[in-house]
Write a new protein. Structure first.
Length: 183
């Protein structure tokens, strides 16, 4: 058979490679968030936890508005995260492609209370429930102020969820549900 068996790379190792250190940066952000209070992962990376994953560099996080206002999170902790990421970039002679987005929209604030721990890029992180991820994607897709390309990505995520979870079709926007019916 095979003289040498190659080791299969983990998802975190692949992501680390293709994003120039994105998995390490993600681990730094997770460590900071875990020290500061309730939060959860939403958006495309959360969708990847429920359906066949696709490549994504955006990390969308819901952070508890109450602790971001009182803990100095914005000024001190993001500065710390930026410092850690910058130090890594200097030693690696490159910068990560990871894009962190903190979502403070009040509609998302209760998502973290229903989140469950899941393995994401080698880290155990609170991920919004499937229904909450779906709702967030519907809000994003429905926002006509977002760029068309972003809304199309949200539409694809809604279709991916709908294909994997047919019982959720009734929660989807009519336009998406009709596309799924047509196949």
């Amino acid at each position: 058979m095979f003289r040498y068996l190659q080791r299969i790379m983990t998802a975190a190792e692949v992501y680390e490679s293709v994003t120039n250190g994105g998995a390490s940066d993600f681990a730094d952000v997770v460590a900071i968030l875990n020290r500061n209070g309730p939060w959860c992962l939403i958006g495309g990376l959360a969708v990847n936890c429920y359906v066949e994953p696709v490549y994504i560099i955006d990390v969308d996080l819901v952070v508890d508005a109450s602790w971001t206002e009182t803990s100095g999170f914005d000024a001190e902790n993001i500065a710390l995260a930026a410092s850690l990421i910058w130090q890594r970039a200097q030693t690696a002679c490159s910068t990560s492609m990871l894009q962190i987005n903190f979502i403070r929209d009040p509609r998302y604030q209760n998502f973290s209370s229903r989140a469950q721990l899941r393995a994401v890029l080698g880290q155990d992180v609170p991920v919004a429930s499937l229904e909450d991820v779906l709702q967030g994607k519907i809000w994003a897709w429905s926002d006509r102020e977002r760029r068309l390309s972003k809304r199309k990505k949200d539409e694809l995520d809604l279709i991916r969820i709908g294909e994997a979870y047919p019982k959720l079709h009734e929660l989807l926007p009519k336009e998406i549900a009709e596309q799924l019916k047509k196949g």
